[in-house]
Design a protein around this ligand. Structure first.
Ligand SMILES: [Mg+2]
Length: 249
């Protein structure tokens, strides 16, 4: 898809939109998409191949040492990191991404406590990062982000299901029992096929005081030992809504 310059309805300088990451998964609800890279207006509309053979699963068998563990599916953008094409004061990685013969620098900031979160999750879960972003961006990000080497598998945009231009992560294609899969994602659209398997997390952009990942650690450690995830997740969801009445995404 060619680089697009999108007119800014807010009369700010034009946005340069390079659709490498999540496209419409935010459902237009994120107001912090300063640079337009997540805008549904510029999302890539190419057909998304989920699984060319519907009987084919997206994941192989669990790796040695991970057998029998529950599968924790983690989103990337605005869940574990936030990325921008525009220079920012604080970032952790600078990722060159080639698009249509041009190389762009993507500034990637790590969400607070992401290192500890991944380390702890890697002790008790099979960890899968499932992103609606393109692998040319997400793969090098994960190479740098996964310092403890706990991510067993990576799934990208081509593994998502295209539903009216949004990218949905179909957990039923992971070749794991559904009652042993939990997804953490900032976008409800991403887990709209299986909301009962989801832990909603607030989108993260730059708040250095954010502690959402840290707060999830004990809950997910407990969940890992539950026979069935649903009751525990339902209780967590109820508690979250009670403590954060404004958190609806
Ligand atoms: Mg996301």
């Amino acid at each position: 898809m060619p680089l697009q310059v999108i007119a800014n309805p807010d009369q700010k300088p034009p946005k340069i939109a390079i659709p490498i990451n999540q496209g419409g998964n935010h459902g237009g609800s994120d107001q912090r998409d300063t640079y337009g890279i997540n805008s549904p207006r510029v999302m890539e509309r190419k057909p998304v191949v989920v699984n060319q053979n519907s009987a084919k699963s997206l994941l192989p068998a669990q790796k040695p040492g991970r057998e029998g563990r529950k599968c924790l599916v983690l989103d990337l953008d605005e869940t574990l990191v936030h990325s921008s094409f525009q220079p920012v004061d604080k970032y952790d990685f600078l990722i060159p991404v080639e698009i249509d013969g041009n190389t762009y620098q993507v500034y990637v900031a790590k969400r607070p406590h992401v290192d500890e979160f991944l380390k702890e999750m890697g002790k008790v879960y099979e960890v899968v990062v499932f992103t609606a972003s393109l692998s040319k961006y997400a793969d090098p990000v994960l190479d740098l982000l996964d310092i403890h080497r706990v991510v067993d598998f990576r799934l990208f945009r081509e593994h998502c299901t295209d539903v009216d231009g949004t990218y949905v992560k179909d957990l039923s294609l992971l070749a794991r029992p559904l009652n042993r899969i939990c997804i953490v994602d900032n976008s409800p659209i991403a887990y709209s096929f299986h909301p009962e398997n989801a832990i909603a997390i607030q989108s993260w952009f730059e708040d250095t005081r954010d502690s959402e990942l840290l707060k999830l650690i004990p809950m997910l450690q407990t969940l890992a030992s539950q026979a069935c995830i649903y009751e525990h997740l339902a209780a967590h969801s109820t508690e979250s809504k009670r403590s954060q009445p404004q958190h609806g995404r």
